[in-house]
Design a protein around this ligand. Structure first.
Ligand SMILES: Cc1ncc(COP(=O)(O)O)c(C=O)c1O
Length: 258
């Protein structure tokens, strides 16, 4: 018998949500994306959520917003999906691999201690397969050093440590909505953060470097603002966000049945 690695289950309700933006006429980075972001914040208790095209683009935007330089080092676990390391290479700084702990599949804390140098600017712990690592322990290892934690919580929806949702304790948390995940928008991702300092920078980088106005109801589709950053196009569509909203409406059921 063949056992599928994952199977997306979409309901009639999901299908009716997906077609809504098609009749409303706002299909990209519109009200549905904003609603999905606010539902994500409500669920995870993160202060802010920023929808993206994938967890990979979420990780990339998070690191890119830190303005790291060539000699800066980012520590990543040696076992993860490849994009955890690829994004470090893509922003042009150094990937430093750290062993994993075979009993948890998470980053090995002794090896992590030995890999931290004066050039370490960020650590990307991975909540691999949704199996959570306690970020407080990593914060304890970092101590007073200025090292960012970017939580790769690609598979972490519904995972908690001491009642705190994963992805909400580091500078950033990054989630995936690829079909192998509990909530799937086909492709898609989300960044969670609590520090407002990075909010508009990341929103701008996601959207071609455009200055970000939160007042989407008042902005006209043709209204062009200043472009301060050399940004990218990592915008989620409202079609994807509608699918996310519909699944978030039954998230308890989805998590119970996983
Ligand atoms: C740990 C981890 N990080 C990153 C990713 C990349 O996610 P995405 O496919 O949404 O870019 C995955 C995908 O499965 C993953 O498992």
């Amino acid at each position: 018998m063949k056992v599928p690695i994952s199977k997306s289950i979409f309901t009639e309700e999901d299908i009716s949500h997906v077609i809504q933006p098609l009749s409303d006429g706002w299909v990209v980075q519109g009200p549905k994306v904003q609603k999905f972001e606010s539902m994500w914040s409500q669920f995870t208790k993160a202060e802010y959520s920023i929808a993206t095209t994938s967890c990979t683009s979420a990780l990339f935007l998070s690191i890119d917003s830190l303005n790291l330089e060539e000699d800066d080092e980012v520590i990543v676990p040696a076992l993860s999906w490849i994009s955890t390391a690829n994004v470090v290479e893509n922003v042009g700084c150094k990937t430093v691999f750290c062993d994993i702990d075979l009993s948890t599949f998470n980053i090995n804390l002794d090896d992590l201690r030995s890999k931290i140098t004066n050039n370490t600017k960020a650590i990307i712990p991975v909540h691999l397969f949704g199996y959570p690592i306690d970020i407080e322990i990593i914060k304890g290892i970092i101590g007073d050093r200025k090292i960012h934690i970017i939580e790769d919580a690609a598979c972490g929806f519904g995972s908690y440590v001491d009642d705190i949702h994963v992805g909400t304790k580091g500078t950033f948390g990054c989630f995936s909505f690829h079909p192998r995940k509990a909530i799937s928008t086909g492709e898609g991702g989300m960044i969670t953060l609590n520090d407002k300092k990075y909010l508009n920078k990341i929103r701008s980088l996601r959207d071609h470097g455009m200055d970000y106005s939160n007042d989407i109801q008042n902005s006209k589709p043709s209204f062009m603002k200043d472009h301060q950053n050399a940004g990218y196009n990592f915008r989620m569509t409202d079609i994807q966000a509608s699918l996310g909203i519909s699944q978030m409406n039954r998230s308890d059921k989805i998590l119970r049945e996983l």
